[in-house]
Design a protein around this ligand. Structure first.
Ligand SMILES: NC(=O)c1ccc[n+]([C@@H]2O[C@H](COP(=O)([O-])OP(=O)(O)OC[C@H]3O[C@@H](n4cnc5c(N)ncnc54)[C@H](O)[C@@H]3O)[C@@H](O)[C@H]2O)c1
Length: 339
């Protein structure tokens, strides 16, 4: 049984908690044994965020609640530490947990800088422990299908592609750290990064990058990044709107034989003659997918070939390039050397 202890029990932690409960019930060897949050109120209610939970949180598998994560790790000695803290804590807590000998899953974005990510990767290697960043879109069935369509050339060669992610502004955190962190908490860092990561997983590292950002209603609430490859360019748009907005994310990828679209939670292929076919994909989300993958990987003691931390570090490298471009008015930059 893989024993899990979570650090940070706010918004996204509830989706992780649901996944551990669900997979335990489904017979996977995993159990949430403890969770820690500096705010004891977080254990009394289920914090709601911009994306709905897959199902009702059930309390039939109780875990021990802590307010001090060092005390929790010392007493509980879990196999896996799952970090759902605000981004500014990711590096220091992940490094300490790895050095103590625990496997670590840490929410995205991996850290505040590429240099910090490199340190985290090196620490995991030295400790001989797994470090996986929760880049959940890689594990979302709609994007897994796109990856298959591209790698197997199901619809012929690729021509153009657009990705988008629009969300209500995050307001569930007490200090609203996502909005108040300035650029490092912007919609580029919080939203666009999901698509940057999956774009790199599907198409590889770009040759050039550019990004334009705007502050319309909230600071840095719109981002438009471009990843330039030898034969095509990927456009990624993301925005934060007011609290009444309904979250949406998707893609539109044009192949020689037609257009593959992910919208309203479904995937469609429309051929050149205008015939549209719905593509059946698994009814699951990326957080469920990444946690199932990690549990199976730890149980089988196998390698993390789908989402190694080096890839997440590369995504932070791309994020830094996007800020560099946006600061210079959206100029196109050469990608340079990442990990
Ligand atoms: N994968 C996704 O789709 C997704 C969605 C939302 C957020 N995130 C990421 O998840 C991370 C957490 O975001 P969130 O929205 O859940 O934030 P949040 O503010 O809702 O939750 C963070 C929690 O950490 C607690 N905390 C802060 N310092 C602590 C400490 N020292 N010890 C113990 N607890 C402490 C806070 O009390 C809070 O409950 C961020 O990095 C964010 O970018 C990912």
């Amino acid at each position: 049984m893989i024993k899990v202890a979570m650090i940070g029990f706010g918004g996204i932690a509830q989706a992780h908690r649901y996944a551990y409960w669900h997979f335990n019930k489904a017979g996977l060897p995993v159990q949430l044994i403890a969770a820690c949050d500096a705010d004891p109120e977080k254990f009394k209610t289920v914090t709601k965020i911009n994306i709905p939970l897959r199902g009702e949180i059930q309390n039939e598998l109780p875990f021990t609640a802590y307010s001090d994560w060092r005390e929790m790790l010392e007493k509980e000695k879990p196999d896996l530490v799952d970090i759902c803290l605000p981004t500014r804590f990711h590096k220091s807590v992940a490094i300490e947990a790895l050095k103590l000998g625990f496997h670590v899953m840490c929410e995205k974005p991996m850290a505040e800088s590429y240099a910090d990510c490199v340190e985290m990767v090196a620490t995991a290697k030295e400790a001989g422990r797994h470090l996986m960043i929760a880049q959940c879109v890689r594990f979302q069935p709609e994007y897994e299908y796109l990856q298959k369509a591209v790698s197997e050339e199901l619809y012929g060669p690729l021509k153009t592609s657009e990705f988008y992610r629009y969300s209500p502004i995050p307001t569930w955190s007490k200090d609203k750290w996502q909005v108040n962190a300035g650029k490092t908490g912007s919609c580029l860092t919080e939203l666009n990064i999901h698509d940057m990561d999956v774009v790199q997983a599907i198409f590889g590292l770009p040759e050039q990058i550019s990004c334009e950002m705007q502050s319309n209603v909230y600071p840095y609430d719109f981002a438009d990044s471009k990843f330039v490859y030898p034969t095509h360019t990927v456009s990624i748009k993301s925005a934060w709107y007011d609290e009444t907005h309904v979250f949406s994310a998707g893609y539109r990828v044009e192949f020689e034989k037609g257009v593959l679209e992910h919208k309203n939670g479904q995937v469609f292929f429309t051929d050149r003659a205008g015939h549209t076919q719905t593509i059946e994909v698994e009814d699951a989300d990326g957080i469920m997918g990444e946690i199932r993958y990690l549990v199976k990987m730890l149980d089988a003691q196998s390698d993390n070939y789908r989402n190694p931390p080096e890839h997440s570090a590369q995504t932070i490298y791309s994020l830094e390039k996007c800020y560099e471009s946006a600061d210079a008015g959206g100029v196109l930059l050469r990608y340079g050397e990442a990990l």
